[in-house]
Every structure is written in C-alpha cells, then in structure tokens.
Design a protein. Structure first.
Length: 79
C-alpha cells in the first residue's frame, strides 16, 4: 500500500467500510509509515473532538496569533 492508497481509503476506514484484508494493509502501512500514522491519529483525534462536541476556550491573544499565522500561510499560497 502506498501513501496515496492509504489516503484514498481513509474515509472508508473510519466509516468501517473496508474489508478485513484492506484493514490489515492499512494497519501494516501505518506501522511502517510515520507520516500516515500521524494522519491517522490526527484524524481520529479530530473526529473524537467533534463527536464529543467539546468546546475549548482559547485566549484572545492565542486566537489572534492563530489568525495571523493562518492568513500568512494563505497569502504565501496565493503568491
């Protein structure tokens, strides 16, 4: 399994819509590919946060810092 194959199966993986054979391939791939393991874990954590509907308060300072960082990143992509 390649990283592209893994990413194309990610939604089905979380929906439980992949075969046992493909599930084993996903597990083997993430065991040997740290990048895809991070994607898998981050996606899992994101789903859990939204599923729990937890609200996290952040300071105005952090919110502004995050906004500036996002806008800076977006403006680099346009250039």
């Amino acid at each position: 399994m390649t990283c592209t194959d893994f990413l194309s199966q990610l939604t089905d993986y979380f929906d439980g819509q992949i075969s046992a054979e493909l599930l084993e391939e996903v597990r083997a791939h993430t065991a040997s590919c740290s990048h895809c393991e991070v994607v898998l874990n981050t996606t899992r954590q994101t789903i859990e946060i939204y599923r729990d509907n937890d609200v996290y308060e952040i300071s105005d300072e952090f919110r502004e810092s995050l906004h500036v960082a996002i806008m800076k990143k977006c403006s680099k992509k346009r250039a």
